[in-house]
Design a protein around this ligand. Structure first.
Ligand SMILES: [Zn+2]
Length: 385
């Protein structure tokens, strides 16, 4: 074990207490006031560690906050990307109480991702306390609406990330405290079909059945699946018809699309937008688009992972890599071509579930890894290959 890892291990209890403290701030995405309350606390913490906080006000969700260290130092900033919101409504602490059990800390949002928030803060705090903060710009970005798709913050996140040489996304670690080197992207569509109403007894032949048209479209959409290549096209909801004895004039289907590759997103997007009616006289209207590009495990990602793995080994940490079918803010930054590593947060299981839990000993391991990466990271080696 390295001296740096020893240093952070010795701070485990403090880190857990700080995590418990921020879990007690309940921060559902839709409650701006509560998310901002935690944001104000995080501002105090960052300023107490010598950081400079810039607040980007948002109207309906928690403000976006950027804490910077060494803003004027040379080189591209390294960004630690966190979100303060959780999926849990106010009052969840009563039914899902914060508590420790052996090696584990349970509580709403403890894993996703307040553990990651603490790891990011403690990595910087550790370097400040050791006098080892490197002479390069270090950014900690706190988002307040990640769990609902970062709709309010997405553009700002992208504008800031564009300037960075590396983005570390503090989402929960993969199994075995691995990093996440791929995430699927998402596209969502609603396909409306229109026909013509008619009495099903008196004049069924005069109608154009929008439900049958929707059924045709559902089967055509299903054919777009390419599961071996990581592309799923799932017809998940179907609505149609107005009464038992009326040939339905309208129907709609919802389609959830996930993909590993941008080229696959484009293939499916083109096909969905080109859907044509099957029944004579029917109409097909498509709404929707690619929502988030994939975080692709491309050559740049492999170089970034290998560098992280080498830095980890230099301080006595071994970990692998995995991915996720779910999206994060890492999808945005990776899709822009910015070197991004995800799953940099705490180890544990049960995100978005009643048994959400953090492995407490993962906090110092990850803080040591992030700290050493901030010191050693070679931006050019990843970007240029
Ligand atoms: Zn999360």
């Amino acid at each position: 074990m390295s001296e740096l890892l020893d240093f952070f291990n010795a701070r485990t209890e403090e880190m857990v207490e700080r995590l418990e403290h921020i879990v007690r701030f309940e921060t559902p995405t839709h409650n701006k006031e509560y998310v901002d309350r935690l944001g104000e606390y995080i501002t105090e913490v960052c300023e107490s560690m010598g950081g400079t906080m810039t607040v980007y006000p948002l109207e309906t969700v928690g403000n976006l906050r950027l804490a910077t260290w060494n803003a004027d130092a040379p080189g591209k900033p390294l960004m630690i990307l966190c979100h303060l919101d959780t999926v849990w409504p106010v009052g969840t602490l009563e039914t899902m109480p914060l508590h420790r059990d052996g090696e584990l800390l349970y509580g709403p949002g403890a894993l996703d991702m307040k553990g990651g928030v603490i790891i990011g803060l403690e990595a910087v705090r550790g370097l400040v306390d050791r006098g080892e903060l490197p002479d390069r710009p270090i950014w900690l970005l706190f988002n307040g609406d990640e769990e609902t798709g970062s709709i309010g913050s997405r553009e700002l996140i992208c504008d800031l990330a564009r300037q960075c040489g590396l983005v570390l996304v503090m989402e929960p670690a993969a199994a075995g405290e691995g990093l996440k080197t791929w995430r699927k992207g998402i596209a969502r569509y609603t396909v409306h079909t229109k026909g013509r109403a008619s009495h099903s007894g008196n004049a069924p032949e005069a109608g154009i059945n929008a439900v049958i048209e929707a059924a045709h479209q559902a089967l055509i959409l299903h054919e777009l699946n390419d599961l071996p290549n990581g592309t799923s096209v799932s017809v998940t909801v179907i609505h149609g018809g107005i009464a038992m004895n009326v040939i339905p004039p309208e129907a709609s289907i919802q389609v959830d699309v996930r993909f590993l590759k941008a080229s696959e997103a484009e293939r499916v997007d083109r096909a969905v937008k080109a859907l044509q009616p099957v029944l004579p006289g029917a109409e097909v209207i498509v709404e929707g688009c690619i929502d988030r590009g994939p975080m692709e495990r491309n050559a740049q990602m492999v170089r970034a992972f290998q560098q992280a793995q080498a830095i980890g080994r230099s301080i006595g940490l071994e970990f692998g890599e995995d991915g996720s079918g779910g999206a994060s803010d890492g999808n945005f930054t990776a899709a822009m071509g910015i070197p991004t590593l995800d799953g940099m947060g705490a180890g544990g299981i049960g995100l978005h579930a009643a048994h959400e839990q953090v492995v407490m000993s993962s906090l110092p391991r990850r803080a040591a890894l992030v700290a050493q990466m901030l010191v050693d990271w070679d931006v050019d080696a990843v970007i240029q290959g």
